[in-house]
Design a protein around this ligand. Structure first.
Ligand code: URA
Length: 175
């Protein structure tokens, strides 16, 4: 975490207010992986504290978890200006932090929220909708990996919430 706070591996260090490392249970069974901090996360230093975060809390609650039961991290630890998509060079500079988080927490199940997290973890560019319907494992330890919609997408497309809930029920079955 200290190394991350000082990190200057990509140009985002010059526009961040602070790094947003991760939060939650140190040995959570479930790790949630989002994309990158937004405005409020950059201000507060914690992932998913804005509107998308409120929806994420409700999604977790719907399957019997609170934020404190899980570990929440992002692909990028610094906010991209104007919340633009992470650039490939930012992803490759930053993801060693995520790999270390996974190695330390040792979650049983990973849940990627949205395209950016899903594409990084699976090293693919397949459309999210196709990835949601497949079974995935991640890394040498063959951790189960689920992919569902990003809560920010669900805020814009509330009709997809029912599908996201079905994804989460499948995930819950695995735990
Ligand atoms: N969106 C993300 O992907 N991560 C956050 O921390 C906040 C919004």
């Amino acid at each position: 975490m200290n190394a991350c706070q000082q990190c200057q591996l990509c140009p985002l260090h010059s526009t961040r207010t602070q790094t947003v490392f991760g939060t939650g249970h140190k040995h959570a069974e479930l790790m949630i992986i989002g994309e990158a901090p937004g405005f409020y996360e950059d201000q507060q230093g914690e992932p998913f504290v804005g509107r998308a975060g409120k929806l994420l809390n409700a999604m977790l609650h719907s399957i019997g978890f609170s934020r404190r039961d899980v570990y929440i991290a992002n692909i990028l630890k610094c906010r991209p200006p104007n919340n633009r998509d992470p650039l490939p060079q930012e992803v490759s500079a930053c993801t060693s932090y995520l790999e270390q988080q996974i190695a330390l927490v040792q979650p049983k199940v990973l849940c990627a929220l949205g395209r950016i997290a899903g594409h990084y973890l699976l090293q693919t560019t397949e459309p999210l909708n196709r990835l949601r319907h497949k079974k995935h494992v991640y890394g040498a330890d063959n951790r189960r990996l689920f992919i569902t919609y990003h809560p920010a997408y669900l805020l814009r497309n509330p009709l997809a919430k029912a599908e996201a809930y079905r994804d989460l029920l499948q995930l819950k079955e695995c735990l």
